[in-house]
Design a protein around this ligand. Sequence first.
Ligand SMILES: *[C@@H]1O[C@H](CO)[C@@H](O)[C@H](O)[C@H]1NC(C)=O
Ligand SMILES: *[C@@H]1O[C@H](CO)[C@@H](O)[C@H](O)[C@H]1NC(C)=O
Ligand SMILES: *[C@@H]1O[C@H](CO)[C@@H](O)[C@H](O)[C@H]1NC(C)=O
Ligand SMILES: [Zn+2]
Length: 414
Amino acid sequence: MKFGNNNRNAFSIKTLLDILIGLTSVGIVLITLGGLGGVSAAALQSNPNKKNVIFMVTDGMGPASLALTRGFKQFRDKLEIDDVLTLDKHFIGTSRTRSNNSLVTDSAAGATAFACALKSYNGAIGVTPDKQPCGTILEALKLQGYLTGLVVTTRITDATPACFSSHVDYRSQEDLIAQHQLGEYPLGRLVDLILGGGRCHFLPNSYPDGCRSDSRNLIEEAQSNDWSYVGNREEFDLLKSGENVTLPLLGLLATTDIPYAIDRDSKEYPSLAEQVKVALTSLSKATKDSDEGFFLLIEGSRIDHAGHDNDPAAQVREVLAYDDAFKEVIKFIDESDVETVAISTSDHETGGLATARQIAPDYPDYLWYPEVLLNSTHSGGYLTQKILKFKQSELGLKSDKFKQFLIKKLLRPI
Ligand SMILES: *[C@@H]1O[C@H](CO)[C@@H](O)[C@H](O)[C@H]1NC(C)=O
Ligand SMILES: *[C@@H]1O[C@H](CO)[C@@H](O)[C@H](O)[C@H]1NC(C)=O
Ligand SMILES: *[C@@H]1O[C@H](CO)[C@@H](O)[C@H](O)[C@H]1NC(C)=O
Ligand SMILES: [Zn+2]
């Protein structure tokens, strides 16, 4: 990969808004313009142009997931039939997406479009179709004095956060993505706050939760380079008041992805909403006295995985977890004295979710049964792992055919 002319300084907030509103992306777009709400003139900061920008991605969520989740919540909480999600209340329209080389974008080309405002090929991480790095909105705003953050539930080195903070030819180059995210690339460190999963690509293979192909320990390197590090729930909880946060902050809260909301042990892992709250508190506190605000990417990363897994019980909980995080953002905007723009959109749908299957040739039954999803207590992936941990002899199997079937059919493709 080479670093060519990438126009990275060419963005401004105005062009950002033009870009984001004119995006050629899929799914649902929600825009909330807020700030200044209920704040006296005296509280207004010295720079009247100060802004915060929050870009939110429901990765892999199409309209059907939203409808399914809305119905599920109405059933679960015994709500009125016109009860809606927080996301529904801010809905403004839809958008079209495709990538440079496919009618259906993947998350990498999708997020490259969000970050760089251009179409690239599926798998591309912050690079053009001819593999030149493209300036991202995170980089542009950081270079203008904003603070920047990434909050996700997947590996921080996964496609969406990677596209804002690194430039590699293929999304599988996660070892290199981790290096870029910590500032080991020509622009130097541009990310101030990282909260997500994915310790794996920051630690060498020889460590129990490491998977780097070299022997570098990026967490130790980062710590000796000013980063503060949190690696578990207890350390994360100390950040909650905002008093204990020093930026740059590297928070890697799981070896790979943070478990699905349906499987998540809340004693071990925070929710997306909790992560968002810590990020908003930290970034607004750190920019309190500065002329520029912050840029924050928030991703409901694993809606996508539940779609790929064809696991609606997991997916409705992922969407609800995102809706809670979205609510935190709205609350922040309502209470903030800095004008804050929040945009929530999707890249593509995964899994082809449908809620009413037509079986009979005549008049179709438009039925779906939320209680089936409500009765599920874990994801299919969780169950698969449990079964795989049993010894074959305990399962009474004569061959490993069943195990192979599970691996092939049930384990999520990377
Ligand atoms: C893909 O990108 C190349 C190089 O920029 C361009 O020539 C081509 O038209 C693009 N294809 C699509 C479908 O956008
Ligand atoms: C900050 O962290 C220290 C431990 O490092 C802890 O004792 C203290 O309670 C924390 N403060 C807040 C406000 O969370
Ligand atoms: C859900 O669980 C309840 C309680 O165990 C049971 O009575 C009901 O039949 C289950 N519903 C479905 C659709 O499986
Ligand atoms: Zn995606």
